[in-house]
Design a protein around this ligand. Structure first.
Ligand code: PLP
Length: 387
């Protein structure tokens, strides 16, 4: 576990490193945007994948009892929820599952509610499937985002919303929803019969508070789809494996049909192998990783306070994605973008892609070796200190 190791990711088909010109970015920028990590995944996972490779046969594969047990144990140990095997449907990614849930639970032109600023594929999967987005925007108060429950309820009522895509923990604002907030969400959704699709892909990265899974609401389980994956936690995004849990049998069957209708039916064997290995053997590695990431977050926090106090970190309760507020600099998004790419030579995600409320923000991925992070922060300082 050497998170300081600098690993060259160029020429590895990496979306983050190798497709700059395809994404209209200069070739000399350092990428800190998409949410994968610049760390090697844990040795135990690699060993199990090597064994699979040595076996040499990669025929059609399917998840079994052992695969499920590994996930079940992780969720009992870490989140105190007892998942059932019947509830599980595997998909090649959480975004795929979000799109499938939208198709399963709503009709064309229906409104689906989200909380902007939020992970931008939430909007895409709604609009690409000819549904309409309604956002109950999060409210920023004293460097901290909250849900406006009055607005949430009003919009659910006004737009006859039947589906809520919840990001928990929330990317990009880093909130880990408290129990009283989740209680309120469930109370409102119950009142108006709203299904909740809870994207909990970041639940293993919690720095303060406690992640509470939506499936902890047992009396509302029939209206919940839980989206999970080992891919953020263990840096396996390219293996395209995610585990979706749907207690309601009728919805599960409809969801399964929607999945089959795309032509996808069987899990990728390397994804299966890595997922099982991660949940069975990865806890120790994850504990070490979390310490390293937490130190990275605090490094950025201290650096900004000391050297760039006008750029404010919305200090995260969860996730390794930092939401930086540039609004005090009074620069347009275009100007921030131009300075970031051409002067700082850093490629972050521009806040505006997460919805209008993201104007003046940038999202910074800090899952990389400290030395590189230090260099990036110095680049930021050199570029923005004069503003
Ligand atoms: C909230 C959230 N959901 C889903 C994903 C992507 O999931 P997948 O790669 O499994 O589609 C991300 C990746 O950043 C994310 O932040």
């Amino acid at each position: 576990m050497n998170f300081d190791e600098n690993i060259n990711r160029y020429n590895t088909n990496s979306l983050k490193y190798d497709f700059k010109s395809a994404k209209n970015k200069p070739n000399n920028v350092f990428p800190m945007w998409v949410a994968d990590m610049d760390f090697k995944c844990c040795e135990e996972i690699l060993e199990d994948m090597h064994k699979k490779i040595e076996h040499g046969i990669f025929g059609y594969s399917k998840e079994d009892e052992e695969y499920f047990k590994s996930i079940q144990k992780w969720y009992i140990n870490n989140f105190n929820i007892k998942l059932k095997k019947d509830w599980l449907i595997t998909t090649p990614g959480v975004v795929f599952a979000l799109a499938t849930a939208v198709k399963t639970l709503t009709l064309e032109n229906d409104y689906v509610i989200i909380n902007n600023p939020v992970y931008y594929p939430f909007t895409e999967v709604i609009e690409d499937n000819k549904r309409k987005v309604i956002s109950s925007d999060l409210v920023l108060k004293d460097n901290h985002y909250e849900i406006d429950f009055i607005d949430l309820e009003n919009k659910i009522k006004q737009y006859d919303v039947k589906l809520y895509l919840l990001c928990s923990p929330h990317n990009p604002v880093g909130r880990v929803w408290r129990k009283d907030e989740l209680d309120k969400i469930v109370e409102i959704c119950k009142k108006y019969n709203v299904y909740i699709v809870s994207d909990e892909i970041h639940s293993d990265f919690v720095w303060s508070g406690k992640h509470i899974s939506m499936l902890n609401y047992e009396d509302y389980q029939n209206n919940i789809i839980l989206c999970t994956a080992p891919t953020k936690t263990f840096n396996l995004a390219g293996l395209q494996v995610s585990n979706i849990f749907i207690p309601n049998e009728k919805i599960r069957k409809e969801f399964q049909l929607q999945v089959w209708n795309t032509g996808y039916s069987l899990i990728n064997i390397m994804g299966l192998t890595a997922c099982k290995s991660a949940y069975e053997k990865g806890q120790k590695w994850l504990n070490e990783l979390k310490k390293y990431l937490f130190d990275n977050i605090n490094y950025v926090d201290n650096f900004l306070k000391k050297n760039l106090p006008k750029i404010k970190l919305i200090y995260p309760e969860g996730t390794y994605l930092l939401w930086l507020d540039f609004n005090d600099l009074n620069l347009s998004d275009d100007k921030i973008e131009e300075l970031m790419l051409n002067d700082a030579k850093l490629w972050l995600d521009s806040g505006k892609i997460f919805g209008k409320k993201g104007t003046g923000f940038q999202r910074l991925n800090i899952a990389l070796p400290r030395q590189k992070l230090k260099w990036a922060m110095e680049q930021l300082e050199k570029t923005f200190k004069e503003y």
